[in-house]
Design a protein around this ligand. Sequence first.
Ligand SMILES: [Fe+2]
Ligand SMILES: [Fe+2]
Length: 248
Amino acid sequence: MKIVQISDIHVGSQFREEVFDQVIDEVNIIHPSAIIVTGDLTNEGLMQEYEKCKAKIAKFKTEKIIAISGNHDYRNTGYLLFKKFFPFESVNQLGSNVVLATLGTARPDRDEGEVGYRQNLWLERTMKKYPKKIKILAMHHHLVGIPDSGTDRVTVIDAGDVLRTAISSNVNLVLCGHKHRPWIWNFGNLLVVNAGTASSERMRGFFENTYNIITIDKNKIRVDLKIVGGKTMPLQNLVTNYTRFGEE
Ligand SMILES: [Fe+2]
Ligand SMILES: [Fe+2]
């Protein structure tokens, strides 16, 4: 099974429309079972941005699109619009052996993320229902800090609680966005994956628009980074062959 993770589209200012059109073409060739969009679909949460983004996303050929909100989508009372434009379920069964749960971390007019006590409890109870499945958790804000992405914003403010729940619930994969910096942390049975930005000019540390391709074969999970218009490589390569931009 293939799942594509796209993040931080940012329709509005700094949106690279021709790049996103290329993402649509490339992803349609892959024809994934599902596409997960991990937030910041719009730049300012405005009606025109939502309309344009919805029309673009309708061009993807896939069985299921799960789009979750980011802090930018919640600006200017965009939180009132998000669910109208991008309705989704919090728990999604993909194929016969994968379950994907989403957490809402965006709060109106705030840039930092929060999961909260109740949602964390919900997550714990939900994941317990699927002991045999591969468990994926998707959220907009990053769960663990990422290099070269600045110190102005911390992770979700209750990251420790969520990380504990993820590990004790045997979550296999966490998908995050927000920092516009592709990265992967490997904690043994738990992979924490960050997507870069698919189509915003605002890149950090890795200066290409990218998205992630997740391949699940029986119980094995592989995560590849796809540079828009460029090569595909294991996301782990970014970590293993780490260099700061401009240094060799
Ligand atoms: Fe973003
Ligand atoms: Fe964000």
